[in-house]
Design a protein around this ligand. Sequence first.
Ligand SMILES: Nc1ncnc2c1ncn2[C@@H]1O[C@H](COP(=O)(O)OP(=O)(O)OP(=O)(O)O)[C@@H](O)[C@H]1O
Ligand SMILES: [Mg+2]
Length: 509
Amino acid sequence: MVLVPYPLPMPTSDTARAGAAWPLDPLMLTKAARPLLLVVDDEPPVLRVVERMATKAGYDVTTCGGGADAMRELLRRPADLAMVDLRMPDVNGLDLLRQIRAAVPGCEVILMTGHAAVDSAVEAIKLGAREYLTKPFDYDRVRQLLVDIRVELERRAHVTALESQVARQLEFYGMVGRSPAMQEVFSLITRLATHAKVALVTGETGTGKELAARAFHQAGPRRHKPFLTINCSAVVDTLFESELFGHIRGAFTGAVESKAGVFELAHGGMLFLDEVGELPLSVQAKLLRALEYGEVQRVGSLQPKRVDVAVVAASNRDLRAEVAAGRFRGDLFYRLNVVEVVLPALRERREDIPYLTAVFLRDAAQRTRKAITGLTPSAERRLFNARWDGNVRELKNVIERACMLADASVISERELAGAFGPEGAATRTVEPPTLTPPRPSRAADRALATPPLEEIERNHILDVLRQVQGNRMAAAKLLGISRRALYRRLERHKLMDEVPPPSSGRRAL
Ligand SMILES: Nc1ncnc2c1ncn2[C@@H]1O[C@H](COP(=O)(O)OP(=O)(O)OP(=O)(O)O)[C@@H](O)[C@H]1O
Ligand SMILES: [Mg+2]
């Protein structure tokens, strides 16, 4: 089903800015292509009559005289709706229904039969058939049913198209978010960007801290000056100082040339200190100095240099707890924390999920050159109810993988299951629709011996490592901790060799 001209013109990086207009053109949504109906029956007169009615009801129609042909046709060109005869010489309609549901779950199926039987009707509905029609047809009913399904298909695509357009219009420097919490974040950044020289962005992994830091840069007066990033979890301890502040020739073994640090390179612009919680204590003191006095000293030099750099730091660790544990300097924390932007976890702003999904879906569909227009209602529900421990990043990855797997115009639960992975985190983390975990009975409570916290943590880490085939980086992301923190835990739980990193030659760390 391609109901909107595809691909839609996407906003350029200029128009994607906050407040930039990307006209929402309802006319574009009405110039729709027709949904595709596949009719399968061994009686040519039935094929002809259904084809005539469906064409009038707004469908493109293909017809097949048997089950084998129908499956071939369906895999070649996935239909949005199939009308299938129950009894055909080469296949039982119920078997064909099963095959269609498995191969193209986004395709609705109507069964038709000349021998109405309650048993097969019930079985058909249980297998996911949309309707069960008896022959000779009640033409009015068939006509109405075809129109109803077409309207529903169109609405599904329109909703996705509109959601992605609305989300794009409200986009804030690449950040999508309609929830009050995200609107508040956007407004805070807008107000602070003009004045603040130091800010702290916190939030769980994948909540968009880096995007927020870039928004700070883009929304402020330094937007035409450099934006440099240093990821503190990726720097070897001994090189931190030199990376940040530079060094002079001969300052240490290997320092064959003088080199400027990121502070000097970002002069006039902005420096993004990602995962600032990973900075060693000794370097924290020097960073504090640079922030307080606007001066840096290259390693090996006694000459201070003045720099004018705005700093946005990010952390997915609770820095207050790090301060309390003595791993982060309190004075540096308070210096950075003058302005704190907290990015809420995705599960705390579920109303953003349909908009983020719509935008990611359209981007991914465009990249993969597939005419994917939406999701089935059950797939939507599944996305809405998942726990999203990996937050927006995880949602984006799931949608991208689902688009790669999709062969129909809608994404169904089948593609999502594949995208989450067979033992993927989100498969296990999908919550029941009520969102409240079932409480065990008192008897069950007593029967449950609670394992020690350490053991739960060890098992959980082991579980996650196995899910990601030992990839440390991926495991740390899923667990919401830094790679260093993961390594510390691997050592503590003696898990270093339990699940080895992938043997692709490219180590995860
Ligand atoms: N509000 C949003 N709108 C659109 N895309 C988003 C949003 N938030 C995050 N993303 C996307 O999700 C991914 C992760 O975002 P980002 O790298 O900014 O997260 P992070 O908080 O820095 O994660 P980490 O703590 O793991 O470094 C990126 O691909 C980003 O583009
Ligand atoms: Mg980040």
